[in-house]
Every structure is written in structure tokens, then in C-alpha cells.
Design a protein around this ligand. Structure first.
Ligand code: GRF
Length: 210
């Protein structure tokens, strides 16, 4: 499965994907890393591995309408013969044209137990601050199919972490990030192996083909 990995930050989830590929637990290759900004760790990680990189910044190209941002993304996805897209710490909304072109082939990892603490404003430290302010006893990570809204697509995998009484957002973020690095490659492997079946919004994980 040829993956295009989208990122906006340090790229530790990209690193986890590459580690799973190297370990033979994810039957995929990273065809290109696409980011919405320059100068981030994800681009450095890709460069270190000789992986092609494309920076598509909606603002910089002054895209009058979202459609041109979508066209730019679709052009990159086609140029690298993309089979599926992994949103690995990517902060821009995926345009509907791209969601439609890659229906049920885009997975996102979100650092909370969706549907709790999801949505447009819930990214980075804001998620963990909100979890602590709410007094939740558990948090975790969610991998879901991407649809046209933030964080609302069918859930593929989740895993939990305890919230400690003295947690800071940074401490909780680190605990959740370790879980992201486990569930995201696992979900991508299920997609690569054709083991994800959708029944409405319910994702069924098919047994290993015997
Ligand atoms: C992760 O919690 C991710 O879910 C969020 O940003 C954090 C860093 O991701 N969007 P990465 O290290 O850039 O993969």
C-alpha cells in the first residue's frame, strides 16, 4: 500500500509508521510526506530517510477558494500514485474533494477518546488541557476514517491511558503520544491488509485471511 503521510509537526507519528514498515508489521511504503508548513520535524525525518516531501500551504498560494487547495493536494497525491493517506499530526481540514477521491482510505490519529475532546479547536496541548480541566479519569488516542468534518469519521481503533491527579498537559500529552504510536501503525496495517469493513459508521475488523 503506497501511503502519503500528511503532517504539521514534529513527525513522531511518521516515525512510528516508518518503524512499523521497517519491522515488517505494516505492509506499506511512504511515497511522499505532505506538510502544510516549512521547517518542521516531519520534513527533517522524511529528508533523513530520502522520502520525497511536498509542502502545500493553503495560505501562501492565496487559494481564493478551497477548491485550489484541493487541486494542489490531488495533484500531489496522483503524482506519487497514492493508495491511502495517513494524517499524522496534520492540522488542516481535508477538502471534501480529497475525502471523496479517497473515500475510506484516509486515516487520522487524534489524541483523545473521540467523540470526547474532538473538533476544530482540539489540537496540540488544547486537547490535554481540556481533558484535565474536565476532570476526566481516562484519555487516550483514536484512529478514525476521515470524513469532511474534524474528528467525526468512523472509529477504527482506540486505546486508553489513565489521567493522574498531578498531570500537566505536557505529561498527559506524552502518555497519549506513546499510545498513538501503537494504534496508528496497527490501524494502517489493518487497512493495508484489507481487514477493515464498514457497516454504516461501524468499522468491523475482519479476521486474518486463513
Ligand atoms: C500528536 O499528539 C498528534 O496527535 C497531534 O500532534 C502531536 C504530535 O504529533 N496532532 P507528531 O509528533 O507530529 O506526529
Amino acid at each position: 500500500m503506497r501511503l502519503s503521510v500528511f503532517a504539521s509537526g514534529g513527525g513522531s507519528n511518521l516515525g512510528a509508521i516508518l518503524d512499523a514498515i521497517d519491522a515488517g508489521t505494516l505492509a506499506a511504503s511512504v511515497a511522499v510526506v505532505v506538510t502544510d508548513r516549512e521547517g518542521i520535524g516531519a520534513l527533517e525525518r522524511a529528508a533523513a530517510r530520502g522520502i520525497p516531501r511536498e509542502v502545500v500551504t493553503p495560505e501562501a498560494q492565496d487559494y481564493a477558494s478551497g477548491a485550489r487547495f484541493a487541486d494542489a493536494l490531488l495533484d500531489v497525491l496522483a503524482r506519487y500514485d497514492t493508495h491511502a493517506i495517513a494524517l499524522a499530526g496534520y492540522l488542516k481540514r481535508i477538502p471534501p474533494e480529497v475525502v471523496a477521491a479517497f473515500r475510506h482510505r484516509i486515516l487520522n490519529v487524534h489524541p483523545s477518546l473521540l467523540p470526547a475532546f474532538g473538533g476544530a479547536g482540539m489540537y496540540g496541548k488544547h486537547v490535554h488541557r481540556a481533558v484535565l480541566d474536565y476532570g476526566a479519569r481516562f484519555s487516550g488516542a483514536t484512529v478514525h476514517f476521515v470524513d469532511t468534518e474534524f474528528d467525526t469519521g468512523p472509529v477504527v481503533l482506540q486505546d486508553t491511558v489513565p489521567v493522574h491527579a498531578d498531570d500537566t498537559p505536557e505529561a498527559l500529552a506524552a502518555r497519549v503520544l506513546a499510545v498513538e504510536h501503537q494504534v496508528f501503525p496497527r490501524a494502517l496495517a489493518l487497512l493495508a491488509d484489507g481487514r477493515l469493513s464498514l457497516d454504516g459508521r461501524l468499522v468491523r475488523i475482519l479476521p486474518v485471511a486463513s
